[in-house]
Design a protein around this ligand. Structure first.
Ligand SMILES: [Zn+2]
Length: 227
């Protein structure tokens, strides 16, 4: 999980969400059935596109890319059944893979909610131990999020290990290369591999930072920048 930020939704779509919320409240007050089209009025192409842009097509929780095999779920961070304000609030939506969405289900704890990468900084709650994500001592929310979403499930560990091995190979090439121009290109590649749009950037960044910190003479004040 890495920090995410919001893009701006068009005024037109914001207005439509607000109208849907008002209609929902009106029907519920009169104890009338809610049509499916109204109940799912948050599921709009513009909204999905905006969410995909914000997370670079990755699950907001596990950082896996799923759009090549799945549509990706529009996830309600606070479950939509807890009120129409959560159902139609764009700030309560995110892109999630089906596994994380299923693991989360209707879970919500107002005292210790799951980490929300749009509001919380995952770096304050998690550490990477190789391909594993561990919660920081004292972070109950980190622990609950890790356990509830099963952030160290077997498939994720395998994929994260592959990403770490790939960047390890770039570091090996960098350390063996004497040519300044080649070293520069390799370091740029290393930075790209740490970028927000890349899968499992959280563990890849942690690995890259550890290597650079451990070898100050080799990297000669080069700093990893995230794009
Ligand atoms: Zn996921």
């Amino acid at each position: 999980m890495i920090k995410l930020s919001r893009n701006r939704l068009s005024d037109d779509v914001v207005k439509k969400l607000e109208q849907s919320r008002e209609k929902y409240i009106e029907l519920a007050a009169r104890k009338l059935p809610i049509p499916d089209a109204l109940a799912t009025a948050y599921n709009r192409v513009e909204i999905k596109e905006c969410l995909i842009n914000e997370s670079a097509g990755k699950c907001m929780y596990c950082e896996g890319k799923m759009l090549h095999v799945d549509y990706g779920d529009i996830e309600h961070i606070v479950p939509k059944n807890l009120g129409p304000e959560f159902r139609y609030s764009y700030e309560n939506l995110g892109l999630s893979c089906r596994v994380c969405n299923g693991r989360k289900g209707g879970f919500h704890d107002a005292t210790s909610p799951l980490l929300n990468p749009y509001c919380d900084d995952p770096d304050e709650h998690f550490l990477a131990a190789g391909p594993m994500i561990v919660h920081k001592l004292g972070s109950d929310r980190g622990k609950i999020t890790k356990v509830k979403l099963e952030l160290n499930r077997k498939d994720l560990l395998e994929k994260r290990a592959e990403r770490i091995e790939n960047i390890q190979s770039l570091f090996e090439q960098f350390s063996k290369s004497k040519e300044r121009a080649i070293r520069k290109v390799l370091f740029e590649q290393i930075c790209l591999e740490c970028g927000s749009g890349k899968e499992y950037a959280f563990v890849v960044r942690a690995y890259a930072q550890a290597i650079v910190s451990d070898n100050p003479a080799v990297f000669n004040e080069m700093k990893i920048e995230y794009y």
